[in-house]
Ligand binder design. Sequence first.
Ligand SMILES: [Zn+2]
Length: 340
Amino acid sequence: MFLKDRPPPRYVEALPRLAHRLPAGHPAAAAIPHQLHRSASGFGGETWVDDILLRTPFPKPPTVIRDLYFGAPYPNQIDTLILTASYCLVLEIKNYSGILHFSDGGRRMEREHHDTGERQGFDSPIVQLLAAMDDMRVLLNKIGCPLPVHGAVVLPHARTLVRGDTGGVPVLYSRALRGFISGLPARNVIAEEQVVALGHSILRHLAADRVIDFQKAFKYTAADVLPGVRCSSCGRPAVRVSERLHRCARCSTEFSDGYKRALDDWFDFVKPEISVKECQAFLGMKDRYAARYVLQKHGFIADGSTNKRVYRKNKEPLADTSGSFRCNPLDLVRVSLVRA
Ligand SMILES: [Zn+2]
């Protein structure tokens, strides 16, 4: 059923590390807890809906792709995409609390806090959904797939209330998804056997991963990033105690991956490449040879001639995209799937 994993959002994994790399009192550090809470809450809502989908009876098991990113020039994201032989369904999942007031045909939204009554403007999830549905139509057209595209905004929990004009766009509680899905057209537009291949074709056309510019998002500069190996528990500076081990000067935690984690922080929060000289300074190493040894040992990729050589992270391999979608809806051409 699920063709692609839903990894925890980049922010959930990365923001605690960024917090350890910024000086106390830096304005960017103050913004991190709020964003972390938002990301974790959004992720919780999305996995909740995954569970509901697993318990939803479909006439035939659908193919579900989670957490899809459309790359440049028009970056966009789809929380959940459901593919069947009859339709393509885009779900925009929003784990809001409070009362949502829609206006202007769903193009505007304000959220009212349950307790205080305070109202705050948000990007309307309906606008996001309609843009994602448009992008999906363009992509299906490019692939040559005639499936109609439907969409809904899904609120994981019924304690979120909805008021006003959504412009006819369904805004559903997750427990109502089953009824909504059973009301969608059931006539096959493509062959059942083509649905998984279509999922693979969609994955192949989209960006593999979301790239976040942390400096831009949190308004800090490379010079603000604290150097050195930091503790994996409390984030304080750690000292090297043996060939392999570092120990935290504050909480005494010992860990063996200190250099690797520090370099991951560099690539995520400073810049995507590092010279041997920069590595030596950032890790506080005694000489260039030790720095080069660490870069090579961890498999970073050397780029450029000796003088200007920098190291980069190895790109993650793309997801398995075996099988191709070939659509001839009249003949319902069968596609052979080759498992890797
Ligand atoms: Zn510590």
